[in-house]
Design a protein around this ligand. Structure first.
Ligand code: GDP
Ligand code: MG
Length: 286
């Protein structure tokens, strides 16, 4: 019978982190290892605005070597699964681009997510959880953060909200009182309805320990089919799904805003022209 150090079950990037995991040794017979491997993998997809730390989180758990974003430009241009083994359990974390991407339109982002959901369903794989990331250090609920939340709700579906963890990130770069106030506002306002339907709230740091702990909370979660996946499997065209309609709604909203801005600019120009011709007429009389 072999003795396995507990921390071996986690990623091995930062040896200083071992202390927090190395709680002891346990017996892991070949039979139990095989049993662990035979359990179905835990698949968790991560959503949220660009810069909320999705890629960093996935890297912290899996050691995947793809790039994280710097500044405001997004790096995640595809739906990117990365694997890890935690306590003998295979885990797949799925990184997604935000609905505010620098290089992709919202429609393109949705298409990437939809294609992945359809493909995995057809393959027979089922999701164990969804994470929605929110950067606690950003000072207000900007339009794009809200848009990401709306898109997320449509693709998840109300009846699946108990499989969701609403996760705040970047606590290390915010004053604690400010962070607490913002978290309270999210819980009482923007997330209240989702929480009442079963979503949990958690925080994650930029480290493997808290990231892995968050993943572990999904280990006993039953598999489920997100609304967008179900709609696609039922044969709905993407544009007619709830998430597809949400993208169209957003586009209509932006169009209406542009139209109004254009009308305001035209009215201003007209006013300036009228004033100018009055002034010219006044000068001519003199
Ligand atoms: N301070 C701090 N920075 C973070 C954290 N998570 C991510 N970052 C930084 O935020 C930036 C964007 O992160 P990234 O993972 O690419 O975000 P994504 O667009 O959601 O995938 C990078 O510079 C990260 O190093 C965190 O928990 N704390
Ligand atoms: Mg990313």
């Amino acid at each position: 019978m072999s003795l396995t150090p507990y921390y071996n079950q986690y990623h091995t990037q930062d040896s200083t982190n071992y202390q927090s995991y190395a709680v002891g040794y346990y017996n892991q017979s070949v039979a139990s290892q095989l049993q662990a491997q035979q359990r179905p993998p835990v698949i968790i997809a991560v959503f949220g605005k660009t810069g909320t730390g999705k890629t960093t989180f996935v890297r912290n758990v899996t050691n995947a070597d793809y790039e994280v974003g710097h500044g405001l430009t997004s790096q995640t241009k595809v739906v990117q699964p990365a694997e890890a083994t935690i306590e003998g359990r295979k885990v797949t974390l799925v990184d997604t681009p935000g609905f505010d991407d620098t290089h992709l339109t919202d429609r393109e982002v949705l298409k990437l997510i939809a294609d992945w959901l359809k493909y995995t369903y057809d393959e027979g794989t089922r999701l164990s959880g969804l994470l929605f990331f929110h950067n606690i250090s950003s000072d207000r609920m900007e339009g794009s953060a809200l848009k990401n939340l709306h898109m997320f709700r449509q693709l998840c579906g109300d009846h699946n909200l108990r499989n969701v963890v609403l996760t705040t990130t970047k606590w290390s770069v915010v004053n604690e009182d400010v962070g607490l106030r913002r978290e309270k506002e999210l819980i009482q306002n923007f997330w209240a309805d989702m929480i009442s339907k079963g979503s949990r709230v958690d925080r994650v740091g930029n480290d493997a320990h808290t990231a892995t702990n968050l993943v572990r909370t999904f280990f006993s979660n039953p598999f489920f089919v997100p609304q967008l996946q179900q709609e696609l499997v039922d044969g709905k065209p993407l544009s007619q799904t709830a998430a597809g309609s949400e993208v169209s709604r957003e586009i209509r909203k932006i169009r209406a805003e542009y139209k109004k801005q254009l009308a305001d600019a035209k009215a201003e120009m007209e006013q300036a022209r009228t004033k100018e011709s009055f002034e010219r007429a006044g000068t001519a009389k003199k």
